[in-house]
Each structure stands twice: as C-alpha cells, then as structure tokens.
Design a binder for this molecule. Structure first.
Ligand code: AMP
Length: 474
C-alpha cells in the first residue's frame, strides 16, 4: 500500500516523499490508520520494521491542530511522549521524528542519561511537543520540574519488553502516573510475554492488537541477545535471566571441559538442577544426562560444543552462550537448538572484555552488527562489585570464598588457532530426536523474535564506558 493512499497532511507527506518511502511497510499499513483514529494499540514489531514511522506519522498528524509558530514555551507543551529503553534507540527514534516533522512547526527533543542535563533542560524549557526519552533521565527532568507532562495526549512505550527486562517497570509506572488519564497509549514490543500483557492490561484501554511477520523469517524465531558482563558476573547473570524469563529449561554452552564441569557443579550447588555434558563423560553418562533433561528432571544442561555436536536436540526453550564460541559457526549451531516453529527461542550470549574478536567473527558470519547490552543486576549483586559503580577488584592474595577460586570460570581455555575445528562427534541415533518438553512444562514466558541489528547512532552519543554501563542502562 502506498503512502499516497493515506490522507497525510501535506507537510508530512512531503517529508515522507523526501525520505524516499513509497510503499508502506506491513506495520505501517496496519498501524497508521488505527493510530489516526486515536485508539490504543498493542503492536508486535521490532526495530527495522518501520515502526517508528508507523506511530510517529499518525501521531504528528493528530497533533497538527496544536501547531503554532509562537516562541512562547507555554504554547509548546509536551503532547506526545515516546519512551525507549536505551539511549541509542531514543536517539535514533528522535532523529526520525525530527525528519518527519521537519515541515511542521511541531518541536521535538530527546532526553537520555549519560550526558549533561543542562542542554536538555534548556531545550525542554523552550517547549517541545514531542518528547523522546529514556525513563530514568525523564524522571530526573520531571523531578527537576523541567518536564511537565499534564498535557500529554499520546504516550508510546516502544521496545516495551526490553524496558521491562532492564527493570524499568517502577520508573514506567511513575512516569505514567504523571500523565492525564485521558490519552492514547501505543505499546510496541517484540514479545507479548505475560509481563507485557499485564502492562498492557493496566495501561491500555481496549487496544487494537497489531502483529506483523518479522523481516527475516529464517532467523526470526530466535531472539538473540548479547550482554556485556565480566567473567565473574556470568553465573549471576545466567541465574537472573533464567529467573526473570521464567525459563524452565536451557542449554548452557561453555568452551572447555573443565569450565563445563565446574560451572555445572557450582550451579547445582546454588540450587539449580544441572547436569554436565562434555567429552570426558562416558556414553552412558551422556545418555543419562540427556534423558534426565528430556524428562524435565534437569533444568540446565551445561555442555561443550564437542559433546553437544553429536546431539541433535532441537527446540530447547533457551540457549546460553556462557562463553562466546571460538568458531562463529558454532554460534549458529548452538542457537539453532532453540526456537520452535511458531514460537520463539531465546539465545543469550555473555560477552566479556576479551571476546571482541570472536564477536567480530560472528558479526561477519551473520552479516550484521551485534549490539551489546548492559545488564542491570537485581539487588543480589555478584561478588566483586561495590555500590558506587566501580569494580572492587580483589587484591592478589586476598582471602575470598574458596568456592570462587574453584568455580569461577576465570581461566579461559587457551585460544585455538584460527584453523581450529572441533572434531565431529559420532552421530548417535538416540540423540537424533527432537527435544520434547516435559508434560508439565508451562508455556515459555516469551513469544517472539530476533532482536534487531544495532542501530545507527548519532555522533552525540559517546561509546558507553563499560563499567558504568553495567549499572545503568541508559
Ligand atoms: P524503524 O523500524 O522504524 O527503525 O525503521 C527502520 C528503517 O526503515 C529506517 O531507516 C526507516 O527510515 C526505514 N523505513 C521506514 N519506513 C519505510 C518505508 N515505508 N519505506 C522504506 N524505508 C522505510
């Protein structure tokens, strides 16, 4: 469907034409007419589907009635609020909104954390109709009375699932409490997890649900996430994600036999039903481990690539790359074990400081940029961190918990040469059966697709400082 079929106001139509858009993307074709009616929308769509235009264009169109050329800030109250989980996404959306609004007198601005508040404050004080923001920084501005939201007519919760992952729910609820009850709410999320549905039920009124196929169906059933963590934090991150996602079972891949055995032991000790599968295990032990996993008696199967290579287990709810694999091909192999037809799987990769080259290899293979995300730990912080955001590196010789010395996956296996290829394990008919979820298994807590490639980020965003980023997502 062409944009010319929409009765967009001339300034918006001109901007769209200038962008070179002709046909609407599926989410635009479905969402724009609905948003133009002022109804609430719950949209399943990711970055890359054209969803920014899908909500911005109709929203701008509906706000044109407020357009004015006055210089008085009072004539430019915030009328539309767009919330996003990260500064990169906020910046990207704000840039697009500016382009769509460029032939109107509607003003837009973006506020996110990690940079000086003063220029943002000055912009807010001049008055803006469309405010794009990350939740934490927006609350700072609300508290400083720089942003007044009592005339907001539209609120967009974009990438809502990621906002919940990052732990923004309390912030979101506070922000929403500042908005008028009479408003239109648009919620976009890659997944319609129970948490998202709860959020939608509390804040949306009679929403129209819109769902579109993902741009790349082949890879789309696996939601791929890459988290930047230190080696010491990986176990904690794993447990937190398992808990937050309500995961019943998962594969955990490590790079070495030693690391495999140690990780399985330590997870077991921390109360997770875990078994290890590595090259030193006998065939009998492997069979038992796998049977226990398939029967649901074991929650986590910690495995090396070599041991797992001969196992044709598919459709496991989630795969963790506890270590980034040495071979990019192994990455694809590992994540191929998750993702059921019609339902998505989750593939989480923990990336530590020394993994840059390996991630580069995966990027080359996938032909896309990988976006590393910070992880915000819940109150039960991993050892080695202190509250002021700086790492408390243990001094050499300092006495710590002896189990840390044994279990922390600190010693990485030596890097193999580039030509390293894991030996192919013999195929075993027993393993050539698809994974069967145990009968009691509840539906997985997520329902959809691959995460988008990294966004283009403007030059006003400096690269995140790694340590600080671990504590604050925006
Ligand atoms: P988004 O999913 O909103 O981040 O958009 C992804 C990219 O698609 C952006 O670079 C947009 O400029 C572009 N885009 C959005 N809508 C269209 C369209 N109808 N035709 C061509 N490109 C589009």
């Amino acid at each position: 469907m062409s944009f010319t079929n929409l009765s967009l106001a001339e300034p918006l139509a001109r901007a769209v034409a200038e962008m070179g858009y002709e046909q609407m993307t599926p989410i635009q074709a479905q969402a724009i007419p609905v948003v133009l009616t002022g109804k609430d929308v719950m949209g399943a769509a990711q970055t890359g589907t054209g969803k920014t235009a899908a909500f911005s264009l109709p929203l701008l169109q509906r706000m044109l009635k407020h357009e004015n050329a006055s210089t008085s800030p009072a004539r430019h109250p915030v009328r539309a609020l767009v919330l996003l989980p990260t500064r990169e996404l906020a910046d990207q959306v704000a840039q697009q909104v500016k382009l769509y609004a460029k032939y109107t007198n509607l003003r837009s601005a973006v506020v996110f954390g990690g940079i000086d508040m003063k220029p943002q404050t000055a912009e807010l004080k001049r008055g803006v109709e469309v405010l794009v923001a990350t939740p934490g920084r927006l609350l700072d501005h609300i508290e400083a009375k720089n942003a007044v939201l009592n005339q907001v007519e539209y609120v967009v919760l974009d990438e809502a699932d990621r906002m919940l992952d990052i732990g923004f729910l309390p912030d979101l609820q506070r922000i929403l409490s500042y908005l008028p009850k009479q408003r239109t709410t648009l919620l976009f999320s890659a997944t319609f997890s129970p948490e998202i549905k709860r959020l939608a039920n509390s804040y949306l009124q009679d929403p129209v649900t819109i769902e579109v196929a993902r741009p790349n169906e082949a890879a789309s059933t696996v939601e791929q996430r890459f988290f930047s963590v230190s080696d010491d934090e990986k176990r904690h991150a794993l447990k937190q994600i398992v808990r937050q996602r309500g995961l019943k079972q998962a594969f955990v891949f490590v790079n070495s036999k030693l690391g495999c055995a140690r990780l399985a032991r330590s997870l077991e000790r921390e109360g997770m039903n875990t078994t290890a599968l590595h090259g030193d295990k006998s065939q009998d032990e492997r069979l038992k481990a796998l049977a226990a996993f398939k029967a649901g008696e074991v929650d986590l199967l910690v495995a090396t690539d070599v041991a797992a290579r001969g196992l044709d287990i598919k459709d496991v709810p989630a795969v963790f790359n506890f270590d980034v694999p040495f071979n990019a091909e192994d990455y694809v192999h590992r994540i191929g074990r998750t993702g059921r037809a019609g339902q998505s799987g989750l593939a989480v990769t923990f990336v530590s400081g020394s993994d840059a080259r390996l991630i580069g290899d995966i990027e080359k293979l996938l032909k896309r940029k990988i976006e590393l995300e910070a992880i915000e730990f819940d109150e039960d912080k991993p050892k080695g961190r202190i509250n002021d955001g700086r790492r408390a590196w243990r001094e050499a010789g300092e006495v710590g918990d002896p189990r840390d010395v044994l279990d922390a996956p600190r010693e990485r296996a030596p890097r193999p040469q580039r030509e390293y290829r894991a030996p192919a394990a013999p195929r075993d008919p027993f393993f050539d059966q698809p994974y069967q979820a145990p009968a009691t298994e509840a539906a997985p807590a997520w329902e959809a697709g691959a995460k988008p490639a990294a966004s283009r980020v403007s030059s006003n965003i400096k690269p995140k400082r790694k340590v600080a980023a671990l504590f604050k997502a925006e």
